[in-house]
Design a protein around this ligand. Structure first.
Ligand SMILES: C[S@@+](CC[C@H](N)C(=O)[O-])C[C@H]1O[C@@H](n2cnc3c(N)ncnc32)[C@H](O)[C@@H]1O
Length: 505
């Protein structure tokens, strides 16, 4: 691999980069030059020294985070706060570092196509440090108001600090080429024709892998206008929502307390305008927790569905880290019920314990498919939630790297597990009781197909209930039922899917 300073244009046609997409872990492994641990520590050390010498803290922190995500499989939402803490980056610098990190990672599909075109080579053939600096620089040039000269010179300084002087001429030349055009001009040149290849066009212009664009379009009934609105929403930082725990806090009063606004749909939702939610007194003392409004609505739909007879034994079959268990547990306290919260991963079961402390919740670290044994008796529950492990495609706006990590090959093992868990839930619920099947993915194979397939395999008959009346009155765009699919671009929530099934025999 070399970085000789001779960039030149490539087009999106033929083998050009315009139609290429980042793939899972493509920056990892020997061929990509993933640095060994001591090198990573050396880079971190160089970054610390560069900042001490007056280097820009935000860009250095963002680079370190992007490097960790692209080459060590780190999660941006976990690694960035740690890096900011270690480097002592606060306030506006921290906010800028966050924007740079998240924006660059989300935009990587589009940015890579543009960088490759300007560099005259595929991004995989650019050395990793220069590649990440180019992504970060191109993001500033094309998506922010950072003046072009500042974006270019700070990128050159950054590369010199983290990797020495050898490729600075190359980075300088490529970024100058990138900055010669607007984003629109680049997209016009590189994106496939929307009339002949609408999916390819959306994938490039909205920075998503093609298979995800296709899956979203299918779930939206083929409406490409709506698909584009959804993709655009995925590229915007989402608002943080709180759940005011029923019986412990009131959403309107909590909104006043935290300077937020009551939610549009969930009676327990509060929209935050910014800040660190974990530091709020209401979150620290257990009156509220952070939870997307769509997740609240999914738990509330199950809690609101009619069951005949007894209604005291509730089960959450996939509880970690405990957001829905906390909401259901708060409701259970008000309704003289008790929730069993099952989670297979021990560290996540511990999170459920912490999230539900003080509530009538029994946490069980077990496989939710083991119904019929011990604390999971067959026909032993009145309401059962299956918040199934899924691809998470409905929450891409929260996890900037996730769209590049996921692949279609993730789906078969996930859908198998989803169906097994849903069959187990139907075995766990008593006749007349209700099961809620929920995913934070709108992918049809994880939603409609998983429900249909599981219902077909159930040892007991089930009927699909209309979930729409279980959502707040007047909530728009809930479709034709009986299942409900929420959407970021329609409802401002994650793309939660909700199906309610009653066991009838
Ligand atoms: C989508 S998450 C649940 C989110 C949770 N309900 C909440 O609101 O915080 C799915 C969870 O199911 C767990 N899980 C996966 N397989 C499981 C199994 N066989 N039995 C029980 N839990 C399982 C995963 O570890 C993960 O924590």
């Amino acid at each position: 691999m070399s970085n000789d300073p001779a960039p030149g244009r490539r087009t999106a046609t033929g083998r050009g980069p315009g139609v290429r997409r980042p793939e899972r872990g493509r920056d990892r492994g020997d061929r990509s030059g993933a640095p060994p641990r001591e090198d990573r520590e050396a880079v971190a050390d160089r970054i610390r020294r560069a900042i001490a010498r007056g280097g820009d803290p935000a860009r250095h922190a963002a680079y370190q985070a992007i490097m960790a995500v692209n080459r060590d499989d780190a999660y941006a939402n976990l690694v960035l706060p740690q890096i900011l803490r270690e480097l002592g980056v606060h306030g506006r610098d921290a906010a800028f570092a966050t924007e740079l990190t998240y924006g660059t990672l989300r935009g990587m599909g589009t940015l890579d196509a543009i960088v490759a075109s300007a560099a005259g080579r595929e991004v995989e053939k650019i050395d990793p440090p220069a590649r990440d600096v180019l992504r970060l620089g191109a993001y500033q040039l094309l998506y922010t108001r950072v003046p072009a000269h500042a974006a270019v010179s700070s990128s050159v300084d950054l590369l010199r600090a983290v990797a020495g002087a050898s490729a600075t001429g190359f980075v300088n030349a490529v970024l100058r080429q990138v900055g010669e055009r607007t984003l629109d001009a680049w997209l016009t040149e590189l994106a496939p024709d929307p009339d002949t290849d609408p999916v390819g066009n959306l994938a490039l212009t909205r920075s998503h892998p093609q298979w995800i664009v296709r899956a979203f379009a299918e779930a939206l009934g083929g409406d490409l206008g709506e698909t584009e609105a959804l993709l655009a929403e995925d590229n915007d930082p989402p608002a943080v929502h709180l759940c005011a725990r029923p019986g412990l806090a009131d959403a309107v009063e909590l909104a006043d307390e935290v300077g937020g606004a009551p939610g549009a749909f969930s009676p327990y939702a509060v929209y935050l305008s910014g800040g660190a939610p974990g530091e709020l007194a209401a979150v620290r003392d257990g009156r509220a927790h952070v939870q997307d409004e769509g997740s609240q609505l999914a738990a509330l739909a199950l809690a609101g569905a009619e069951v005949t007879g007894e209604d005291r034994r509730w089960l959450d079959l996939c509880a970690g880290p405990g957001g829905k268990a906390a909401l259901l547990g708060s409701l259970a306290a008000l309704r003289d019920a008790r929730l069993t919260a099952v989670e297979v991963a021990p560290h996540r079961a511990a999170l459920v314990e912490a999230a539900t402390r003080g509530l009538p919740v029994d946490v069980l670290c077990a496989d939710g498919r083991d119904v019929g044994a011990g604390a999971l008796p067959e026909s032993g529950f009145d309401r059962v939630l299956v918040d199934a492990p899924c691809s998470g495609l409905g929450a891409l706006r929260r996890r900037p790297e996730s769209r590049w990590r996921r692949s279609p090959s993730d789906l078969p093992p996930l859908t198998r597990l989803q169906r097994e868990l849903l069959v187990a839930a139907v075995r766990a619920v008593r006749p007349g009781g209700v099961v809620g099947y929920v995913t934070c993915s709108p992918h049809i194979v994880e939603t409609q197909v998983s429900v249909t397939e599981a219902a077909r395999r159930c040892p007991y008959p089930v009927e699909l209930l209309d979930a729409r009346p279980m959502l707040p009155e007047g909530m728009p765009n809930l479709g034709t039922g009986p299942t409900v699919q929420l959407w970021p671009h329609r409802h401002g929530t994650d793309a939660m899917f909700i199906a309610l099934l009653r066991r009838v025999g």
